[in-house]
Design a binder for this molecule. Structure first.
Ligand code: F6P
Length: 472
């Protein structure tokens, strides 16, 4: 039988909504879904994950059949499992610790129990689809135990793992009560990928300190198995963003946006609601500029899109309130009868609106406190087909390792961020063009398709290496 590839991630690349008693499916437009589309949509290949919606047991067969038509296999989770595994362990422990927000972590034993149980559930479902000889690609921090759980069930399978968020230094990672289990859970993989070389370094040193593993160069040896650890900086579907230049709807949005903001320099920020994104610090930098340089009042505007996310986790709810308050204060203090400093939107927008904003904003301000990669910065660059515009980027985002022509800032330094905004507002067209051209060539070359290819090629290479070790 022909071998196949199985993608596994917490969420399936599909949005399901219940309408008039029916489940309606729409394929995700996200970059990862597009990139991996070249894999999971082919032949016998499949993608396993949580459908992101609570489906009652009596209707799970129906949803399973619908998803099967798209090569998708659901892992149904109960409300209790979502609470313990997703909101709890993944987003109240791993997320804050991996983003260095250690005081936010809530080390609940019941969260760990749920995390183990759900990783096991994923492993059982994967097991029923995997044949020896298949290749499995597991994604992200919600499934750190899965590589080992699959290896135990199917020893001959090839397993890749990619983490989309940062991997912290040993001193941070060691705080987690279940640190050894998490690290050895990953050791079931043959290839482990991160966005940056720093993440790789942190993982290697953590792995050797918390287990009997040792490493040389980027190869970890653990219980006679060898695991390759490497950086694969993720790219975007650059063509999708370039092509919007000829889209009629995008052109209409641009026209009305330019009319509304005539004479105003626009600064754009787009994020999921998350404390790792530095939204409050960025607002403070903008306010400092209005305060210190009053001549800009009436001539600049911050367009801030915050996409709702994880709102059942307490810290996210608190952050939302803090943002609401700060935006309210800035607008109340500085607005005039015909000018608004901060245009704040707490919702998601269709891609055509985002593209219009990317294409018209003079500056894109991307200042996370910590970010695995940050794809918004790359989407802005890919959208700037006329090579104008300035990207201000946090040095704590993985993307800053590649987009060196951005204005790089430390997001904790509010004064520095303010000065970068000033520099961007006054940058000559010639300088904008040189910087943007360099960044655009990077984003175009190292796109999502190359990322998928590089990872899969490496996995194939590692498979050959493992096979030759076994025959020695
Ligand atoms: O980038 C990290 C990540 O958790 C992805 O795995 C996910 O697609 C995204 O953030 C959104 O998170 P969530 O699935 O929790 O809404």
């Amino acid at each position: 039988m022909k071998s196949k590839t199985i993608i596994i991630s917490n969420r399936l690349p599909v949005k399901i909504v219940e309408q008039d008693g029916q489940y309606l499916l729409s394929a995700s437009e996200g970059g990862l879904a597009t990139g991996l589309g070249s894999i999971y949509k082919k032949g016998e290949n499949i993608w396993i994950g949580w459908p992101g919606i609570d489906v009652p047991p009596e209707r799970q067969d129906e949803v399973t059949r619908q998803l099967a038509q798209l090569n998708l296999i659901p892992v149904f989770l109960t409300a209790e499992e979502i609470n313990g595994y997703y909101e709890g362990f993944s987003n109240e422990i791993l997320w804050p610790v991996f983003h260095y927000m250690i005081t936010y972590a809530n080390y609940e034993q019941t969260y760990w129990d749920a995390y183990k149980k759900v990783n096991d559930k994923f492993a059982d479902i994967a097991d029923s689809h995997i044949q020896n000889g298949d290749t499995v690609w597991v994604h992200d921090y919600q499934l750190l135990l899965l590589p080992c759980l699959i290896r135990t069930r199917k020893p001959q399978v090839t397993i890749g793992f990619f983490q989309h968020i940062p991997f912290p230094s040993y001193e941070i990672f060691r705080l987690i009560p279940w640190r050894e289990e998490l690290i050895t859970g990953l050791f079931g993989a043959d290839l482990i990928g991160f966005h940056t070389f720093d993440d790789v370094r942190h993982f290697l040193s953590t792995a050797s300190r918390l287990s009997s593993a040792n490493y040389a160069d980027n190869i970890v040896t653990y219980q006679e198995r060898q695991i390759v650890v490497e950086a694969f900086p993720m790219g975007i579907d650059d063509e999708k963003f370039e092509k919007f230049k000829d889209n009629e709807l995008v052109k209409t949005h641009i026209k009305s946006f330019e009319e509304a903001q005539a004479g105003v320099q626009v600064i754009l920020t787009i994020d999921r609601l998350d404390y790792s994104k530095g939204i409050l610090q960025r607002l403070q930098a903008f306010e400092l500029l209005l305060q210190n340089y009053p001549k800009y009042q009436g001539h600049i505007a911050l367009y801030m899109i915050v996409v709702p996310s994880r709102d059942s986790v307490p810290q996210y709810r608190e952050l939302k309130e803090q943002i609401d308050q700060l935006v309210g204060n800035i607008n109340a203090r500085y607005r005039t009868l015909n000018w608004l400093p901060v245009h704040y939107f707490y919702r998601s927008f269709p891609i055509e609106v985002l593209s219009a904003l990317y294409r018209t904003a003079d500056i894109c301000l991307v200042t996370p406190m910590r970010d695995g990669m940050n794809l918004v910065s790359k989407e802005y660059v890919a959208s700037r087909t006329n090579d104008t515009g300035v990207l201000i980027l946090s040095e704590m985002a993985g993307a800053s390792k590649e987009l060196n022509d951005a204005l790089i800032v430390n997001p904790n330094n509010i004064g520095e961020t303010m000065r970068a905004i000033l520099q961007a507002l006054n940058m000559s067209l010639a300088e904008q063009q040189v910087r943007m051209r360099n960044m655009r060539s990077n984003v175009t070359k190292f796109n999502i398709h190359l990322w998928v290819k590089n990872f899969m090629d490496k996995l194939e290479e590692v498979k050959t290496m493992q096979a030759s070790l076994l025959t020695k």
